[in-house]
Design a binder for this molecule. Structure first.
Ligand code: ADP
Ligand code: MG
Length: 350
């Protein structure tokens, strides 16, 4: 078995000041973050997400239980070493206002005593990575940036020493919705490029299913309601709390996450062809092909391509069937793969 990047073992946190009117902020959390994955913690405000993250980098000490970073108990790791191994990005970024962008990004390298040339080269590389042209941005101060640009600087700073693990607490929360979508996809690209393990916290289920390789849905006390792929969480909520969170936008999310598989494809349909889609296309895009051909009736179909070979067709009924397949809990774990690249770990209803 692969060693987890971070492992929480029966972790509990009670804040002394919280009094006995409320339970523990984190009750009894056991969770593995796998190397290279983006694990998203999603849940309502106050359910213990930030506390969980902050215990991983020792901004908060657990009351009991253990947290292992690549096998090492974090309470035995020197805090400076720990900061080098774990990057941390928070909503308000926390850039130093009187330091330039370059100086902000260089914070940890400087602490570690890197020389000027190495630091300068790294800063330049990171600014380019997060999409900020170094010659334009390096000498600016934080107040001369937009919210989204500041957030990018925060990500660059957290990546400065190439930490194996990045913790992100509502990282895109302060950015407007359009900028937010852009930052999310930019960040997904960066994450794939550098391969960092990411633990990301959000209260936004859309952000969770868009960003996560796996999603842990939490309720009060950081209780894990479900830990599964985004598609599984949306298609087959394990508990009422998950169903509530997935909520009214569920169909739209399913159309975006669900994919057309070989098993869905119809080989006998004969209606008029109104378009072409690739095997593995989002179900929403398949439906879109029919919307784009309003003159055609219910028998209309799109050809389905595997590479440049036509393997069959799909009708609007095909999409409906695929949606039913995704949401049908009775399929259990023997069902064909639901999404390209999705693994099937996590809680499934029996
Ligand atoms: N420093 C603190 N002292 C006392 N209680 C705290 C402190 N930080 C958080 N809490 C409480 O712990 C619970 C979990 O908080 P938090 O982890 O910040 O939740 P989330 O990030 O999911 O909104 C909440 O009830 C919150 O009020
Ligand atoms: Mg929080």
């Amino acid at each position: 078995m692969v060693q987890p990047a971070i492992a929480f073992e029966h972790v509990r946190k009670e804040y002394p000041t919280a009094g006995d009117r409320s339970g523990a902020a984190v009750d009894d959390l056991s969770l593995d973050v796998r190397p290279g994955e983006v694990l998203v913690l999603v849940g309502p405000s106050g359910c213990g997400k930030s506390t969980t993250l902050r215990m991983a980098n020792r901004l908060v000490e657990p009351t009991s239980g253990r947290i292992l970073l690549e096998g090492d108990d974090v309470t035995h790791v020197d805090p400076v070493q720990l900061r080098r191994r774990i990057g941390y990005v928070i909503q308000d970024v926390g850039l130093f206002p009187h330091r330039t962008v370059a100086q902000n990004v260089a914070t940890v390298p400087r602490l570690l005593g890197w020389d000027r040339r190495r630091t300068a080269a790294r800063v330049e590389e990171l600014l380019a990575l997060v999409g900020l042209e170094p010659s334009r941005y390096a000498r600016r101060y934080p107040h001369e940036l937009s919210g989204g640009e500041r957030q990018r600087v925060g990500v660059a700073r957290a990546l400065a020493t190439d930490p194996p693990v990045l913790l992100m607490d509502e990282p895109f929360g302060a950015v407007d919705p359009v900028g937010r979508r852009r930052l999310q996809s930019e960040f997904a690209r960066i994450q794939r490029e550098v391969g960092t393990t990411v633990m990301l916290v959000t209260h936004d289920i859309d952000e969770a299913v868009r960003m996560g390789d796996r999603v842990a849905v939490l309720s009060s006390g950081a209780h894990v309601e479900q830990l599964a792929t985004p598609l599984e969480v949306v298609a087959r909520p394990a508990t009422d709390a998950v169903a509530d969170l997935v909520g009214r936008g569920r169909l739209a999310r399913l159309l975006a996450l669900g994919r057309l598989t070989e098993a869905d494809v119809d080989t006998g349909a004969t209606g008029p062809v109104v378009g072409r889609v690739a095997l593995g296309a989002e179900l929403g895009d398949v439906l879109g092909a029919f919307l784009a051909a309003p003159g055609e009736g219910a028998g209309a179909r799109v050809e389905v391509l595997d590479g440049d070979r036509v393997v069959g067709s799909a009708t609007s009924a095909t999409v409906l069937r695929a949606l039913r397949r995704l949401t049908d809990a009775s399929h259990g774990t023997d069902a064909p793969p639901l999404a390209a690249g999705a693994d099937r770990v996590g809680t499934l209803p029996a």
